[in-house]
Ligand binder design. Structure first.
Ligand SMILES: Nc1ncnc2c1ncn2[C@@H]1O[C@H](COP(=O)(O)OP(=O)(O)OP(=O)(O)O)[C@@H](O)[C@H]1O
Ligand SMILES: [Mg+2]
Length: 229
């Protein structure tokens, strides 16, 4: 399980997370929600070690993550699909995938099972990442994160700006990964998706948890109070 406790995170001297606390049970599908600017991406960046400074504690299966430098977080078991996808446009699909594998495992092999999840990537291995469509880049970002062999997969709005049939495909892959035991921590603004897929949720306000619990407790009232709908 991933335990986030009294987590503060700073951009320079400005604090963007304020004592954020929740637990992601092992093997669960956990959805983080909230309006623009409440700190969802900052939370992901803090978990990955991309912030200027953090205080508090983050533990994965009991092991402290906050003291680990950023380049060791993938090896500690975190896979990251950033908001906006973060594909290296001038590298090929293959090279983007190899980077993911290297970061997480120190080895460059591309696991065939990951390509089986996204057959389009196998067909486009030698294309420039920048020449893929938005939906294809999102699939590449997920595949790249999976090649690091994560225990916990972090995804930041993976369905943002993507056409519905690819959204469905991405949802199916995430659900299948979760069924096979992977813990998923996802930032997702689509309430329908959250209710279908997640077991637990947290709603953020101003860098802290405003509401948290089993997905059945995500009432319409909470959605209206804490989301832009
Ligand atoms: N690089 C940065 N430097 C300084 N402040 C930042 C930086 N990035 C984000 N912030 C601030 O931190 C707060 C949280 O931003 P964050 O990107 O985490 O929000 P978010 O919940 O992911 O929003 P969105 O739904 O728009 O993606 C905001 O007030 C934002 O202005
Ligand atoms: Mg964001």
């Amino acid at each position: 399980m991933l335990e986030i406790s009294r987590l503060d995170a700073y951009y320079g001297r400005s604090r963007a997370l304020n004592g954020l606390t929740f637990v992601v049970p092992e093997g669960s599908f956990f959805c983080v929600m909230g309006r623009n600017g409440v700190g969802k991406t900052t939370l992901m960046r803090a978990l990955m070690g991309h912030m200027d400074r953090c205080e508090g504690s983050v533990r994965l299966a009991g092991a402290d993550l906050l003291s680990l430098p950023r380049h060791l977080r993938p090896r500690a078991g975190l896979g990251y699909v950033p908001q906006g996808r973060g594909i290296l446009a001038d590298l090929t699909v293959r090279e983007n995938l190899i980077l993911g594998a290297l970061c997480g495992t120190g080895r460059s092999a591309i696991d065939d099972r990951v390509l089986d999840l996204f057959p389009i990537l196998r067909a486009f291995l030698d294309r420039r990442g920048g020449d893929l469509s938005g939906g294809q880049q999102q699939q590449l970002a997920i595949a790249r994160a999976l090649l690091a062999r994560p225990k916990v997969l972090l995804l930041d709005e993976p369905t943002e700006g993507i056409q519905p049939n690819i959204v469905e495909q991405i949802e199916d892959v995430l659900l299948a990964l979760n069924r096979s035991g992977m813990t998923i921590l996802i930032v997702e603004q689509n309430v329908g998706f959250a209710r279908r897929a997640a077991q637990r949720f947290a709603l953020l306000e101003r860098g802290a948890v405003a509401a948290e619990g089993p997905i059945a407790a995500l009432t319409d009232d909470l959605v209206h109070r804490h989301m832009a709908v």
